[in-house]
Design a protein around this ligand. Structure first.
Ligand SMILES: Cc1cc2nc3c(=O)[nH]c(=O)nc-3n(C[C@H](O)[C@H](O)[C@H](O)COP(=O)(O)O)c2cc1C
Length: 198
């Protein structure tokens, strides 16, 4: 099985969910194919505190989170990137956080940028596609687009942290969502304690 997973960061609040998912993937030894949308970069800076150059994000993430995995950055405009083709093996893709613009583009099959194209390829190859939508409240268009992508085979995984594991930090909260994402890909992790019953 391929050891690559594509991770797209789009312009929705909650970039901490992306960072904690990348951390979990690196610890699990995954090669992360990273794509960041224009507003995603803004949120990486404003919410995530990343002040470095775009081209240095892979080194930053690998240095920050360690693990046996690696990060490879692709430009959101680069339709020639490997992840734009179904012929390149991949374990699947996650869009975290997923802005409504990208949810709609994926639901439409628009493929108008590398994020939408890679998601389209993931669905056509019948690989796991995890969409982590972030908007509230949701209008009927948002809801219908989620049904559309779910019918096409995607997993809609809202950024809804649980509280039974007694989170103490924002990172604890985000790790619950990150762990749920890793589980979809069949990756073992210890990002939160599993529920043991009463
Ligand atoms: C600070 C900030 C927060 C945003 N948060 C959300 C959000 O949580 N959900 C959402 O659907 N759009 C959100 N948006 C709007 C999207 O970023 C915008 O509609 C679009 O996705 C941007 O596309 P781009 O990432 O390709 O630049 C936000 C925009 C900004 C500037």
């Amino acid at each position: 099985m391929s050891n690559r997973i594509t991770l797209a960061v789009t312009g929705a609040s909650g970039v901490i969910y992306a960072l904690r998912t990348i951390r979990g993937l690196l610890i699990a030894g995954v090669q992360v194919d990273l794509v960041v949308s224009e507003t995603g970069w803004m949120l990486l800076r404003d919410e995530g505190g990343y002040e470095g150059k775009r081209v240095e994000i892979a080194d930053y993430l690998e240095g920050e989170y360690g693990g046996d995995g690696s990060v490879r950055l692709h430009q959101a405009s680069d339709f020639a990137a490997p992840i734009a083709s179904g012929s390149v093996a991949s374990r699947g893709m996650v869009v975290v956080p997923c802005a409504m613009k990208y949810l709609s583009g994926i639901a439409l099959g628009a493929s108008s940028n590398l994020i939408e194209r890679a998601a389209d390829v993931t669905l056509k190859e019948r690989r796991p596609l995890v969409i982590v939508p972030r908007e509230t409240p949701m209008n009927l268009i948002h809801l219908r687009n989620q049904v559309t992508v779910a019918e096409a085979g995607a997993t809609v995984l809202p950024a809804n942290p649980a509280f039974y594991q007694k989170p103490e930090t924002f990172e604890d909260l985000a790790d619950f969502v990150a762990g749920r994402i890793l589980s979809i890909f069949g990756l073992e992790h210890s990002l939160y304690p599993s529920w043991k019953g009463e």
